[in-house]
Design a binder for this molecule. Structure first.
Ligand SMILES: CC(C)(COP(=O)(O)OP(=O)(O)OC[C@H]1O[C@@H](n2cnc3c(N)ncnc32)[C@H](O)[C@@H]1OP(=O)(O)O)[C@@H](O)C(=O)NCCC(=O)NCCS
Length: 129
């Protein structure tokens, strides 16, 4: 639900269903899964598509399809470490860019991405009808 804009009146079951659909779509494509662990506990993950060219320029890029950190482990740098590892993996594969989408109200995610050097390239506009 952290990724749902206030303007979308979405119920948690529908969001969960679409999250599961996103995972299925990612699994059908070339991707990298990174898992952050604290000893034996999985505390976060990042899914990166590595063959999703930018739809405007056609240039190769990595694309963060989703990432999340367990609430109890947030604000300890786990998200930053996952993103850094994904960027290193993308560089290793010769990908010149990394892209992702983030909801405007998702302050923790935006702070993380901005601190990592991401800038806004396009905007997704929405109007309630
Ligand atoms: C976004 C997310 C992955 C960040 O993970 P994390 O491990 O907490 O990330 P980091 O610790 O590296 O950095 C988080 C930074 O967000 C900022 N932050 C945390 N909570 C915040 C809040 N409520 N408001 C504004 N900024 C906030 C802080 O700057 C924090 O760094 P700091 O505590 O060191 O100052 C995590 O919040 C999460 O799983 N959110 C739910 C899923 C999600 O939104 N995924 C992203 C989809 S695009």
């Amino acid at each position: 639900m952290d990724s749902v804009a206030a303007s979308r009146h979405a119920a948690p079951p529908a969001v969960l269903e679409n999250y599961e659909r996103l995972l299925e779509i990612v699994e059908q494509q070339s991707h990298v899964t990174l898992v952050a662990e604290d000893e034996d506990t999985q505390v976060g993950f990042l899914l990166m598509l590595d063959q999703l060219p930018d739809e405007v320029t056609g240039q190769d890029q990595g694309f963060v399809a989703y990432m999340a950190v367990e609430p109890a482990y947030r604000s300890r740098g786990v998200g930053a470490a996952l993103l850094d590892a994904a960027e290193n993996e993308a560089r290793r594969r010769g990908l010149p860019y990394m892209a992702l989408m983030v909801t405007e109200e998702n302050a923790p995610a935006r702070a993380l991405y901005e601190r990592a050097g991401y800038t806004t390239e396009r905007r997704l506009l929405c109007k309630t009808l």
